[in-house]
Design a protein around this ligand. Structure first.
Ligand code: ATP
Ligand code: MG
Length: 284
């Protein structure tokens, strides 16, 4: 089987930094009943703060997992890092440069696969190749990545002919095709069955070993975060304040791959589940 290193040119990993970053969205305020039928409603707009005062520096080559309850702003933070959304205040940086739109050094794996329906798996993955890639080297890299995500037999299929989990793996391969310096992954394994999920986690570790890119990984899965990340960031609300901020930063001990049953990880797992507000009796 082809190995990743055989087609992976050395990439340069870049730091990712959020500096006093906040994001608010406009919301239409609920208004009371109109005073009369002639009271023409002019919409009243307010703001809802989703992210507040995020300060975080991710070193080149570091893997950081972001955990938080649904709707707390994880995807928003990732989108800002990827130049697809902008902060209301504060800044995001890739290396020393403020993020100002999408960046060739960065690849994004979205929460949903976002494949082009009329293109094959191969052609969808090839979209991720850096512009100007040599045709033969590009085709080899695409084929290798498709093999690595276990879709060799489906290379010629269209998105509607593959399952949701396969589509998600295709999307991961497309992000990796860029050989990015910064890899932003939004729940990349969310739609996968437990076994494929573990395989894909191992694949991500292999890829990171072969080409140590900076990884910002959003996940709902505490064990996945503890298995993959150097540090785990928990986003949440502080009492009485609007918007999510970093409420916990944990450094995960031990070389990867880690022993899933270790006592150290069990302790961190408990702290993260507490932080997520998961009652002890509902835990697995
Ligand atoms: N463009 C937008 N306009 C208005 N509100 C938005 C916009 N984008 C995100 N939001 C709001 O920001 C909040 C955070 O959304 P986000 O998608 O970042 O959450 P999340 O933590 O990724 O959730 P999940 O775990 O369910 O994916 C949500 O309440 C969402 O409605
Ligand atoms: Mg999300």
């Amino acid at each position: 089987m082809a190995t990743l290193t055989s087609t992976t040119a050395a990439n340069t990993a870049f730091s990712v930094r959020f500096d006093g970053l906040s994001r608010s969205f406009p919301v239409e305020k609920k208004r009371g009943r109109a005073a009369s039928t002639t009271d023409v409603a002019t919409p009243a707009w307010g703001e809802r703060t989703v992210l507040r005062d995020i300060d975080l520096t991710i070193a080149p080559g570091e893997v950081v997992a972001i955990l938080g309850t649904s709707g707390c702003g994880k995807s928003t933070l990732l989108r800002i890092a990827g130049g697809l959304d902008t902060a209301s205040t504060g800044d995001a940086f890739i290396g020393d440069q403020p993020v100002a739109g999408t960046d060739g050094r960065t690849a994004i794996g979205f929460q949903e696969p976002r494949l082009l329906p009329w293109r094959s798996v191969t052609d969808n993955v090839a979209i991720g190749l850096p512009p100007g890639t040599d045709k033969k080297a590009g085709a080899e890299r695409v084929a290798t990545l498709i093999d690595l995500v276990g879709l060799g037999e489906f290379a010629g299929h269209r998105p509607r002919e593959i399952s949701g989990g396969m589509a998600q793996r295709t999307s991961l391969a497309r992000a990796l095709a860029r050989n990015p310096g910064v890899l932003l992954l939004d729940e990349p394994f969310g739609a996968l069955d437990a076994l494929t999920r573990l395989k894909m986690q191992d694949l991500l570790l292999d890829i990171h070993r072969a080409a140590p890119t900076t990884v910002l990984l959003v996940t709902h899965d505490v064990d996945e975060a503890l298995q993959l990340a150097d540090r785990v960031i928990l986003l949440g609300r502080e009492d009485g304040r609007d918007g999510s901020t970093i409420v916990e930063t944990l450094t995960v001990p031990g070389e990867r791959p880690r022993d899933r049953g270790s006592a150290d990880l069990a302790e961190l797992r408990g702290r993260l589940l507490d932080g997520l507000g998961i009652d002890r009796h509902t835990r697995r």
